[in-house]
Design a protein around this ligand. Structure first.
Ligand code: ATP
Ligand code: MG
Length: 391
């Protein structure tokens, strides 16, 4: 019996005339992920992507492909199914042969049928009942539970064939990567910024990442941790270019020249300027950060306004309204949490003020800034940039 993977669309189904642009991006992404796993035939029809072995001899890693499908944005569900001819006999025989292994260890089930081919002679409830009977004939210990079954067996009579499967896994949701422009993610080694990047990728954004280091105050291990985090979110959206810029000299000059209470804010404004340049060079249209309102001194409303005033580009902050524990929950789910909590320093924690300003006034910040040569410092830091690709 030949198994196939059925991938169910999410929000793409709401699209009108431009729907096939989204479908092509989705298909392209699935093909890219399949490329090192063997020869698959991948195509879409009726709001579903079908992934099957290209031919009977094709060597492939089907399990890995299935796992990867669960991380592709644009899909709300994935399932392994078996295809058969669209006759009642074929459906019942296939169900009896295919389902025992899938229902091993299960006590309760129900069947649901759906016909997109309405020419099929049996109605959906009748078909479901027939398959239920066939399942019970080979696994009499099972019980039917219509309300709260352990497994729902589904029979889908589609245009080309009938498909039978025993349960669907949740997909990653969102929109296909590449459908919503390119943004520059300011990626620290913390918990929030990888989540912020993932959230924007989920909505279809292609991400470049920018990390600021402050060697020797920050270590190589801290930077490698950031590359690792980028690698982890790249699993959802393909290659990520990680740009790295050194802030060491800027931080030393700020420390030696400006009022301590303003260090973090001044530094963050330098980050925005450099991020703007990096975005421009790499065709990114917005900046993305992991900021969350009120989380730390530099994330009060006033502090964020002062920071944003130094940015020419819009700043997207997808975590802005989330509590830390909500961000952590996503971080665990997407697999970045364990890396994020590795104990390395970040440039923001170097020379941290003892009493950071939480209600800063822009003119006071600008007055502090006037004590240093902003343009020269930016130009010099810009020259330290280098790039590391992941994914
Ligand atoms: P995170 O958990 O993402 O590090 P945080 O709660 O520690 O966030 P901050 O350190 O104030 O908060 O940083 C706020 C945001 O600024 C981060 O989410 C990130 O987008 C950006 N940022 C902070 N430090 C760096 C850095 N070293 N390189 C690049 N971006 C940074
Ligand atoms: Mg941080």
């Amino acid at each position: 019996m030949k198994e196939v993977i059925l991938c169910k669309y999410g929000e793409i189904v709401l699209k009108g005339n431009n729907r096939n642009q989204f479908e092509s991006l989705l298909l392209k992404e699935l093909k890219r992920r399949a490329s090192d796993l063997g020869r698959f035939d991948i195509r879409y029809m009726q709001s579903t992507v079908y992934i099957e072995p290209a031919d009977d001899e094709a060597e492939m890693n089907f399990d890995e492909m299935y796992a990867r499908c669960g991380k592709v944005f644009g899909l709300v569900g994935v399932c392994r199914a078996v295809a058969c001819e669209k006759t009642l006999d074929a459906i019942l025989e296939t169900a009896k042969a295919y389902l025992p292994e899938k229902l091993d260890g299960v006590k309760t089930f129900r069947c649901e049928a759906k016909r997109s081919d309405k020419r099929f002679p049996l109605g959906s409830p009748e078909l479901a009942a027939e398959v239920g009977g066939a399942v019970l004939s080979v696994m009499p210990h099972l019980k039917v539970d219509l309300k709260n079954p352990e497994v729902t067996v589904r029979i889908e009579v589609r245009d080309q064939a009938a498909y039978i499967h025993a349960g669907q896994d949740a997909g990653a949701g969102g929109m296909p990567v590449g459908s919503a422009g390119r943004g520059l993610l300011l990626l620290s080694g913390g918990i929030d910024s990888p989540v912020a990047g993932w959230m924007m990728m989920k909505r279809g954004m292609t991400i470049d990442a920018l990390h600021f280091e402050s060697f020797p105050y920050t270590s190589e291990a801290a930077r490698d941790k950031v590359f690792q985090l980028a690698e982890e979110i790249a699993e959802y959206g393909g290659r990520i270019r990680v740009h790295v810029i050194s802030l060491t000299h800027i931080q030393e000059v700020l420390r030696d020249t400006c009022e301590e209470d303003y260090f973090t804010l001044l530094l963050r404004r330098f980050m925005m300027r450099l991020a703007g340049m990096c975005a421009k060079e790499n065709h990114c249209e917005v900046l993305v950060t992991g900021e969350s309102l009120g989380q730390v001194a530099s994330q009060t409303l006033k502090a964020m306004c002062v920071t944003e005033a130094a940015s020419e580009l819009p700043i997207f902050r997808p975590c802005i309204g989330m509590d830390k524990d909500e961000i952590i929950r996503i971080s665990r789910r997407i697999g970045t949490f364990e890396t994020s909590i590795l104990p390395y320093e970040d440039c923001c924690t170097v020379f941290t003020p003892r009493h950071p300003r939480t209600q800063p006034e822009l003119d006071k910040v600008e007055a502090q800034e006037a004590l240093v040569d902003v343009d020269a410092l930016v130009a010099e830091a810009w020259e330290t940039r280098y790039r590391h690709n992941v994914g």
